[in-house]
Ligand binder design. Structure first.
Ligand code: ZN
Length: 432
């Protein structure tokens, strides 16, 4: 248990938001998504979009809207054995309605369980093939030995809408940084209530700042079909996206994993690696592969948007993934907050990167007579002095501050501080 008194207020806030989102039964459409977007809208200026079922979106069609009120398996005496009200993972997500008595053999064909993790409820969906079903622990499945059961799924699957929302924070330029998080999973705390909570607090933080160079766009959409719907409706505007990230599984205790863009060498790839390298947190960098979350859609050949993915636990590779063990014990305030700080740093680095021209390029300028040695207050005098020399040396119009940070192996923030000081003293001019 963490010591409440030492937690940063935003760590507490992130965890409280995950707690609030966790019980809601979300899917790729329906009221669970809308309720979630209303909650996220308290943090960021969200605009909600409702796209009718049947709308063609790229190679897909917006499906019918799914809503659910109740679901259970009961014995023939009416005693509920599996109850959606106890855990929303118990129902196969997108189940069509059913209310009748079934033989045990038929029921077994509609049950999903995990023999290797017999105490956990799996998360299963059937969005594009009509089916009904229940997800139970394997231990519980073994107890279902009656000849007949009553099954009830009180759901609707009818023409309606697909809901998504976005917050756009205008910058000085129309160049965009995209942050995208999937909003379709039911009670799974890490995947992806963590990503939703962190994206919401990032949006709030940057919305409160007076200026920024990039326009920031936060997209909260159901996985796959939501990103495809967004791309279909923004085919032109999407080309303004210069850097992007999908966020998922950011509250667990695993080391950070950054999955690169399909290009592998974009500014976002370099910035995330730089920030993680200087963060002190354990991390790994992995190459792009066409499986995972919505980076698949953004990196597809027609769009080729430079969108990487930041996560801690890697989807499919940690034991709690897509099970009832992805719960409020798996995520912690500290891990959520550390992820938020890394992402703040990534966005600030992207936004403040740029190249400069040394205005006294013949020999080293005399820093002492300009008061630049006296200006070096604080405890990291030696670092900042070295950073001044690096910035002066490489500000030939061909190197960005990120290039200088990488080459000097110094944190971007130190290089940036040095550039600001040199510019204030008339030794540097921005090339932008
Ligand atoms: Zn997932």
């Amino acid at each position: 248990m963490s010591d409440e008194t030492t937690l940063h207020p935003e760590a507490r806030e992130l965890y409280a938001l995950v707690e609030e989102l966790y019980p809601i039964c979300r899917s790729i459409t329906g009221n669970g998504v809308r309720d979630t977007l209303v909650i996220l809208g308290r943090y960021a200026p969200l605009q909600r979009h409702e796209v009718p079922s049947g709308t063609p979106v790229l190679d897909w069609i917006v499906p019918n809207e799914w809503n659910i009120r109740d679901a259970y398996i009961a014995d023939v005496h009416g005693r509920k054995l599996v109850d959606f009200q106890q855990h929303n993972l118990h129902v196969l997500n997108y189940s069509v309605p059913i209310r009748r008595r079934v033989a045990r053999d038929e029921l077994m064909q509609h049950l999903f369980s995990l023999p290797d993790q017999p105490t956990l409820i799996p998360y299963r969906t059937s969005y594009y093939a009509e089916n009904w079903g229940f997800c139970v622990s394997h231990d519980q499945r073994q107890t279902l030995n009656d000849p007949e059961y009553e099954v009830c799924i009180d759901s609707t699957l009818e023409p309606g809408y697909l809901s998504y929302a976005e917050a756009v924070l205008p910058g000085e330029t129309s160049d965009e940084i995209l942050i995208s998080a999937h909003v379709c999973h039911p009670s799974l705390a890490d995947d992806n209530n963590s990503g939703l909570a962190i994206a919401a607090l990032l949006a709030r933080t940057f919305a409160a700042r007076a200026t920024r160079r990039h326009t920031l766009r936060f997209v909260f959409a159901p996985g796959t079909i939501g990103a495809i719907t967004w791309l279909a409706r923004n085919q032109e505007n999407a080309q303004r996206i210069r850097h992007g990230l999908t966020l998922t599984c950011l509250g667990d205790a695993n080391p950070f994993t950054y999955k690169k863009t399909v290009f592998g060498d974009q500014e976002i790839d370099r910035v995330v690696q730089h920030v993680l390298a200087h963060s002190g947190y354990p991390h790994q960098i992995i190459d792009y592969f066409p499986y995972g979350y919505d980076e698949r859609q953004y990196n597809s050949p027609g769009f080729r948007l430079p969108v990487g993915s930041l996560m801690r636990g890697r989807h499919g590779l940690f034991p709690q993934y897509h099970t009832s063990a992805d719960n409020l014990q798996l995520v912690t305030p500290e891990n959520l907050y550390a992820s938020l700080r890394v992402l703040m740093n990534v966005i600030e680095t992207l936004d403040r990167n740029g190249s400069y021209q040394n205005l006294q390029p013949f020999g080293e300028p005399q820093l002492g007579k300009r008061g630049l040695y006296q200006a070096l207050g604080g405890t990291n005098i030696a670092d900042l002095q070295l950073a001044l020399l690096w910035v002066l040396n490489l500000s030939d119009g061909r190197h960005s501050l990120l290039d200088i940070a990488e080459r000097s192996r110094m944190p971007f923030s130190t290089i940036r501080t040095a550039a600001d000081m040199l510019a204030e003293h008339g030794l540097l001019r921005s090339n932008v």
